[in-house]
Design a protein around this ligand. Structure first.
Ligand code: ZN
Length: 429
């Protein structure tokens, strides 16, 4: 494992990254934070900024039919599959400056490091600026990266409208100069067998690294989810004073019983070391009918269950349905969990995970392994069978808000790891 080459001194690249972050912030500043709408002005500005730097660094540029940007440092053997790194350049409305952008900036800094060293890699190294990752603008996940693999469902192009403009995704793509018809036809913009690996650096969107006082996280898996939007319990309304306990059909108590059982399952998984997080985000009676003196006759709730392991999710679904049947019998209600949607977890390549862990140790970068609770473009690459890995950077106050606070010193640690990983992968020819 070589760690002696490009990682030695990154001062110039950290300065470059700081300048890029400042430019991005200055040019997409909005009322409270930054706003870089998918297929909008802010996102385009970010793509243009990276393109300009690509020109300065004499990189090859390609823009695909969906508007994804690829900036490539040519390797000595152009026939080899490429090392790819990058992330998305859009942001939520009034978001922070780092969610997404940090990964593209880190990729550009990595290429700048190769250029400054005057060295040429064996393989091409490509930085990808992904379009439209944030769901706030168009309600379809991973638009840019799925379009890149020809996986975006055609309906998304016409059914998804940006709330601020009322225009469809296809209309916005055309306005920005891209070719939605090629995406509609399922034309792949990236050939899977041309990508050696995909590495995505991203700010952590939760508090774990802050809590553990560590600058860097190495991702073990990107959690998939089971989402239940229409869980329903039908009981019977009754008088709060007159109805004896035995004859009640209290939908709310049935719901509470169920949620307790869900939490017990969660704790059991935690004890067994299995990755799982559970959220009941909505839990309500009927506001038009309920009142303080009535036994609740109906209840609705949602569930969002996430795990790195889809088998864990499917197994817990089976057990929850057994619990629902039991509760229905015991409490004389009809409990229906309804349908779920299943987003597959994003697999992380074990060899790359091991490489990042080992490099962090060798380079003295304080780091921990952790699951990614949020979805990322890397999940799309991983699910296409491309060996994929992710580096998290500590970030205070979470993301998707103007208070994202990534320290450049932490970014520097993550960049050091990315630069070393890319070099090591390239050397392992
Ligand atoms: Zn992001």
């Amino acid at each position: 494992m070589s760690t002696s080459g490009l990682d030695a001194d990154l001062t110039a690249e950290i300065d470059l990254a700081a300048t890029l972050f400042d430019s991005l912030r200055d040019r997409s500043r909005s009322r409270l934070g930054v706003t870089r709408a998918s297929y909008g002005e802010g996102e385009q500005m970010a793509h243009d900024l990276m393109s300009q730097l690509g020109e300065t660094l004499d990189l090859e540029r390609r823009i695909d039919a969906a508007g994804n940007l690829y900036l490539t440092l040519p390797g000595r053997d152009r026939s080899l599959p490429v090392i790819m790194t990058g992330s998305h350049l859009d942001s939520v409305p009034e978001g922070g400056n780092y969610d997404g952008a940090a990964g593209v900036v880190a990729g550009m800094a990595t290429l700048a490091r190769w250029r400054r060293a005057g060295r040429q890699p064996h393989r091409d190294i490509t930085v990808m600026g992904v379009r439209a990752e944030e769901l706030s603008w168009f309600p379809a996940p991973y638009i840019g990266s799925r379009a890149a693999f020809g996986l975006l469902e055609p309906e998304a192009l016409d059914a998804c409208r940006r709330p601020d403009t009322g225009k469809t995704l296809a209309e916005h793509m055309v306005l920005a100069g891209f070719a939605p018809d090629r995406i509609r036809a399922g034309e792949a913009q990236i050939a899977v067998d041309r990508v050696h690996c995909f590495l995505e650096l991203h700010i952590e969107q939760g508090p774990v690294l802050v809590q553990r006082a560590l600058p860097v996280g190495i991702v073990t898996g990107i959690r998939g989810n089971l989402r239940y939007r229409h869980c329903h319990i039908a009981g019977r309304y009754g008088h709060a004073g007159a109805e004896p306990r035995e004859s009640r059909q209290d939908a709310l108590l049935a719901g509470v019983d169920f949620i307790h059982r869900l939490e017990s399952l969660w704790l059991e998984h935690e004890r067994d070391g299995k990755d799982l997080v559970c959220t009941v985000g909505q839990f309500h009676t009927d506001t038009a009918v309920h009142t303080m003196t009535k036994i609740p006759g109906e209840l609705w709730f949602t569930m969002d269950l996430r795990s790195e392991d889809n088998d864990v999710l499917l197994a817990i679904d089976r057990r929850l349905r057994i619990h629902a049947d039991e509760i229905s019998q015991q409490r004389r209600v009809r409990m229906d969990l309804g349908d779920y949607t299943n987003a597959l977890p994003g697999p992380i390549d074990p060899a790359h995970l091991q490489r990042l862990t080992q490099l962090a140790k060798t380079l003295g970068i304080p780091a921990m392994t952790m699951a990614s609770g949020a979805g990322h473009d890397a999940a799309v690459f991983g699910n296409r069978g491309i060996p994929t890995a992710m580096i998290f950077i500590r970030n205070e106050h979470g993301s998707h808000n103007p208070d994202e606070a990534m320290e450049m010193a932490d970014f520097a640690q993550g960049l050091k790891l990315l630069v070393a990983a890319v070099e090591d992968i390239d050397a392992a020819l």
